[in-house]
Design a binder for this molecule. Structure first.
Ligand code: 8YV
Length: 327
């Protein structure tokens, strides 16, 4: 029986789907990230990979694992995958778009409100025994009703975030993208602006773009300096899109007001990171898609894609849309 490797424990239903398609499943269940070399070694004897977590899949990987015929990622992001090499080595690779849009946008929204009201920091003050008496001038947050939300990367997740902001808080939506989003312009009256305008006009900047050469550390000192001193920066996409040192400096010097991060650089964030002690900062450990419902859908989508490829069919959520045409 041919074997499929899964790099983490995932939903039983997804494992069953692969087994019922006639494959033996190996699950790497240890609570430890595999190095690329360890992953290559574990792929020996397997014909396909369901990759959970951020495994680097580059030319070296494809060269080292010629027996791997298909890969399904259990993530929408694929910044660790060299798509051109996958095409060269004829390995179809799928991701899990759409099913995590709402859950991930919820985390961005939660961070926006939590930063605006200093929620995580206030929680810690109670633990420290600092809830002593009422001071009407202390712990003041800010309201976001009717303010301007600048969406950097208005795709599927950005749209969900903008929708919540528009309908729940009457926020005015501006956005910056590689291309314009007609759906968002019509449904949410979102307005396309240059990156400079986005930085200068937004009360809240929320990042939902892919990490790429163009977006890598695009939120650096220069970008933070263009933002309003009252602005809140949210990143629920990839930690590599902001420069963490510059963000810390911008917050320490009150260049911007606050920040909410679901993603950091590196991950995991060290527990002594100064961001964790700041009053106007909330950090979460990359839990955008971490709901029972969404993780179940992601696992099932990944398994369905893998089984399709192993049956010689096209993967429904193939990342490289031209893969089959190029063959
Ligand atoms: C995953 C994510 O939890 O889908 C993505 O791109 O960032 C998250 O949903 C993470 O990639 C681990 O697989």
């Amino acid at each position: 029986m041919e074997k499929v490797l899964i790099t983490r424990r995932i939903s039983d239903n997804a494992v069953k789907l692969i087994q019922e398609a006639g494959f033996e499943v190996t699950i790497y269940a240890a609570s430890k990230n595999l190095s690329q070399q360890e992953l290559i070694e574990r792929c020996a004897g397997h014909c396909a990979l369901l990759s959970v977590g951020s495994n680097r899949l580059d030319e070296h990987f494809f060269k080292s694992c010629p027996q791997i015929k298909a890969i399904a990622l259990m993530s929408v992001g694929y910044d660790k995958v060299d798509i051109a090499s996958a095409r060269k080595f004829a390995v179809p690779i799928s991701n899990t778009p759409d099913v995590l849009n709402e859950a991930t946008a919820d985390i961005a929204f939660l961070l926006m409100l939590s930063v605006a009201r200093k929620a995580f920091y206030m929680h810690k003050t109670i633990e420290r025994g600092e809830w002593t008496f009422f001071d009407p001038l202390k712990h003041l947050g800010q309201e976001i009703y009717g303010k301007t939300l600048g969406v950097f990367g208005l795709g599927r997740i950005g749209f969900e975030m903008a929708k919540k902001a528009k309908y729940a808080y009457g926020m005015n939506i501006i956005y910056h993208n590689r291309s314009s989003n007609v759906k968002a312009e019509e449904a949410l009256q979102a307005k396309y602006v240059t990156l400079d305008e986005l930085l200068r006009q937004s009360d809240v900047v929320t990042v939902h773009a892919n990490l790429s050469e163009e977006t890598k550390e695009i939120f650096d000192r220069n970008a933070f300096e263009k933002m309003k001193p009252s602005a809140i920066f949210i990143n629920a996409a990839r930690g590599g899109i902001h420069h963490e040192g510059d963000l810390i400096t911008a917050l320490q010097n009150q260049v911007i007001w606050g920040a909410g991060l679901d993603v950091t650089n590196p991950e995991p964030m060290r527990s002594d990171n100064p961001l964790l002690q700041m009053e106007n900062v909330c950090v979460l450990p990359h839990i955008g898609s971490a709901t029972q419902e969404t993780r179940e859908k992601m696992a099932m989508m990944a398994a369905t894609n893998l089984v399709a490829a192993l049956r010689g069919e096209q993967m429904p959520q193939i990342i490289d849309r031209e893969f089959y045409l190029a063959k």
